[in-house]
Design a protein. Structure first.
Length: 120
């Protein structure tokens, strides 16, 4: 399903009037995240579920910041929020994997065996 700017803008305006996210806006955000996760840049990423959940959480708060009186391109705004959430999670995953790799090298965990009784 394609997310259209006009529909997204309309739902953000309705949500701002009600001071809560409409169900339709939530559906559009989920669709935007799903579409983005299928792009070739993220398709094979091992932590795609974490990226998607982070993007949804961020979008659930970011819609309040968008001001329709200043700009009318809600699609660009929400797409950028989604992209930044994906990049942030990817950066966290990369740093974590680097840390695990470093600790594994330093501690020589590969040669460690909990059943090694050579001390006895």
């Amino acid at each position: 399903m394609r997310v259209e700017n006009q529909e997204l803008l309309s739902e953000i305006e309705k949500s701002r009037e009600r001071n809560r996210m409409t169900d339709r806006l939530a559906t559009l955000c989920m669709q935007l995240v799903e579409n983005y996760s299928r792009s070739i840049a993220w398709r094979q990423f091992y932590a795609i579920d974490e990226c998607k959940s982070d993007a949804l959480m961020t979008m659930c708060t970011a819609w309040r910041v968008f001001d329709p009186t200043v700009g009318t391109n809600a699609f660009a705004y929400m797409s950028t929020v989604c992209l930044n959430a994906f990049k942030k999670r990817a950066s966290l995953e990369y740093r974590q994997s680097e840390l695990v790799s470093t600790l594994t090298d330093v501690a020589s965990i590969d040669s460690y065996s909990p059943f090694d009784n050579s001390d006895e």
